[in-house]
Design a binder for this molecule. Structure first.
Ligand code: COA
Ligand code: AMP
Length: 638
């Protein structure tokens, strides 16, 4: 450990040596209905539970207490929407009133403690009101990203069995309006579970037809509740009660419902705002993600609001709305101190504005740091941003499962030296090890699987929705006593962590986590496809892009190019545009081992133009050349 890291080192060491003391101390940032006497119960749940004896309400902590403590007139949310030309400031008092009225509406639909509510909405303030209204009632929200198609939404409705669904009539992408209501209707039709009520926010860009008896107009219903003075008060929940379920890609087509508890999450997020991000209450925080992702849940919604900050809700893109200066405009205009985005967004900005001319157009003197996560931050982009901004650029590593950073550079404690390509050091409570296949620690600078010694710290998932068994088999079975991150990585002699990529079939496309297994299931269902393989190939903008190889059934007479187009359309229709599946290649054969395993890693090496050794177990080495030739016809590979 370097001497510069002493402050961090003491904090991390304390969290591992005395987790009870460390997290009870951190818990003082939260207002409890029943304050915790214990931090952790190792006997409860799958691997133990945080704050087993405490009670709180997350919405009260994120909203009401700030109204009571002098922030009533401070901006809670700044909604900045270049795609609709709207800017709106919502104070904490206004937020409380909106959320309390919406919660009353939900209660009127019969939604209460423990009920699930699916939220399928774009980046509009009402989506945040919806999440917080659920939290107020002790209902469990499950937000589904707008870029997913009806099938994916249906799978989530089926699994979560929501009592109500909150949706908007449409989302707005720079080049088109995406009507959400037909997708919602198709998803409900496909699901065997039907919600009692849907509350639909009508947006003028695409007004939806409402289904009589099931759908309610958001604006009218909430206005009536307000006119009648109906509000709902925060309900004291057990700290161990779920706050939300967030579905994420698993290695099978069936998404995993990551459960987030209430107390541990609030404590971890509050700790992170001060210590990891170095942000004070009252300051403006801008997380340019989407509420459909974990980063959006934690750092657009809960963490900034728990901390009494102003959160920027940005409905736009890093480029094209209108240009590559969009983020810097938002930072300057709203007095943002910290921006959190994905490396892919930075690459998009760099591509459009390589000389960083747009940065000079804005006064960024109040801006302090740029944080990156969601995929590996490539050193070129980090160096470009550091030079262009003249501010720290901090990479940190996360998963949907953990809810907050596993490793990072806690500038609120001390700014550790930045090493390009590395996500720095583990955050408190993360006892991080790099293990070989047998579960033995590997030496410094050697690659292995990154595993976290149990228990996981507060904020991390206690289980998967409705499936302790899948939680155990997916994460805890590989290495006894550890959580398997499914990320490969190395630690150097200073303990710095470098995340190299997934050890499973998950790929990361523009910071979005996708399952190649899920895409393969769609391709395999095409009547002309005999077998298929989907791999992630290198993409200069999106990091990775999916590429599907298909072998057609014998006797198929249709043009391969026509089938390829149908396959691209199928993935878009069934998974969604977010899959960015644009490349399907018909091939004669797939490379396989003699035992029939498809050699995906070798195919990826060929596509990425990397050197590879022909696996000794290969059935027929000539297939690799065929794959290389086929890729070359599309200008891919060396
Ligand atoms: N609703 C509907 N469709 C959506 C959508 C949403 N919320 N979000 C994305 N899509 C669509 C896009 O319109 C695009 O459709 P197209 O194939 O018709 O062009 C497709 O899904 C793929 O989107 P994306 O991968 O985002 O590519 P893009 O070319 O539109 O934009 C970037 C590229 C880099 C600007 C964009 O990916 C970006 O800002 N990424 C940051 C990601 C991020 O913040 N991740 C969170 C993790 S921290
Ligand atoms: P998600 O669950 O969508 O947040 O995706 C989590 C996955 O994204 C991780 O398992 C990593 O593979 C990858 N990831 C997230 N942040 C980083 C990072 N800073 N560096 C490298 N990979 C990252």
């Amino acid at each position: 450990m370097t001497s510069a890291a002493a402050g961090y080192a003491a904090v991390h060491a304390a969290s591992i040596a005395d987790p009870e003391g460390f997290w009870l101390d951190a818990a003082r940032a939260i207002d409890w209905d029943t304050a915790p006497q214990r931090a952790f119960d190792p006997q409860a749940g799958v691997y133990g539970r945080w704050f087993p004896d405490a009670r709180l309400n997350a919405c009260f902590n994120a909203v009401d207490r700030h109204v009571e403590n002098g922030r009533a007139d401070q901006a809670a949310i700044i909604y900045d929407s270049p795609v609709t030309g709207t800017k709106l400031t919502i104070t904490y008092r206004e937020l409380r009133d909106e959320v309390a009225a919406l919660a009353a509406v939900l209660a009127g639909f019969g939604v209460g403690r423990g009920d699930r509510v699916v939220i399928y909405m774009p980046m509009v303030p009402e989506a945040l009101f919806g999440m917080l209204a659920c939290a107020r009632l002790g209902a469990i929200h499950s937000v589904v990203f707008g870029g997913f198609a009806a099938n994916e939404l249906a799978a989530r409705i089926e699994d979560a069995s929501p009592k109500a669904i909150l949706a908007a009539s449409c989302g707005i992408e720079p080049t088109r309006t995406v009507a959400y209501k037909p997708l919602l209707d198709a998803a409900v039709a496909r699901s065997s579970h039907k919600p009692d009520a849907c509350l639909i926010l009508q947006r003028p860009q695409a007004v939806a037809d409402l289904t009589l008896g099931r759908d309610h107009d958001w604006a009218e219903t909430v206005a009536t509740a307000k006119a009648e003075g109906r509000t709902a008060a925060p309900v004291a929940m057990a700290a161990t009660d779920p706050l939300y379920i967030l579905y994420t890609s698993g290695t099978t087509g069936k998404p995993k419902g990551v459960v987030r508890d209430t107390g541990g999450y609030c404590v971890a997020l509050a700790w992170s705002m001060t210590n990891l991000y170095g942000v004070a209450p009252g300051e403006v925080y801008f997380c340019a993600s989407d509420i459909g992702w974990v980063v959006g849940h934690s750092y657009i919604v809960y963490a900034p609001l728990l901390h009494g900050c102003t959160t920027v809700l940005y409905e736009g893109k890093p480029v094209g709305t209108p240009d590559a200066g969009a983020f810097w405009r938002v930072v300057a205009e709203h007095g943002v101190v910290t921006l959190f985005t994905a490396p892919t967004a930075l690459r998009a900005i760099k591509k459009d504005d390589p000389r960083a001319a747009k940065i000079a157009d804005y006064d960024l003197s109040g801006f302090r740091a740029l944080f990156l996560a969601g995929e590996r931050a490539d050193p070129d982009s980090v160096a470009w941003a550091e030079t262009a901004l003249g501010k720290p650029v901090i990479d940190h590593w996360w998963q949907t499962e953990t809810g907050w950073a596993i490793a990072g550079n806690p500038i609120g404690i001390e700014k550790l030296p930045v090493k390009y390509g590395s996500t720095a050091l583990p955050m408190p409570g993360y006892d991080l090890h790099v293990l070989d296949e047998a579960g033995k620690p590997v030496p410094a600078d050697s690659m292995g699987t990154i595993a976290l010694k149990l228990p996981l710290p507060p904020g991390c998932l206690p289980t998967l929705w409705g499936s302790d068994d899948r939680f155990r088999s997916s994460y805890l079975a590989t290495f006894a006593g550890y959580y398997d991150t499914s990320d490969a990585g190395i630690r150097d002699a200073d303990g710095y962590v470098t995340v190299l990529g997934r050890t499973d079939d998950i790929i990361n496309v523009a910071g979005h986590r996708l399952s190649t297994g899920g895409m393969e299931a769609v391709l395999a269902a095409h009547p002309d496809v005999a077998e298929c393989a989907v791999i992630g190939i290198r993409d200069t903008l999106k990091g990775e892009a999916p590429c599907g190889f298909v072998v057609l059934k014998s006797g198929v007479s249709k043009e391969p190019a026509a089938i390829e187009r149908e396959l691209v359309a199928r993935v878009r229709d069934e998974i969604g545009p977010v899959a960015a599946f644009k490349l399907a290649l018909t091939v004669e054969r797939l490379p396989k081992t003699r035992s029939g395993k498809i050699l995906r890693a070798t195919m990826k090496a060929i596509a990425d133009g990397q050197s590879y050794t022909t696996p000794p177990t290969i059935e027929d080495p000539a297939v690799l050349e065929e794959i290389g030739e086929s890729l070359k016809t599309r200008g891919i590979g060396a």
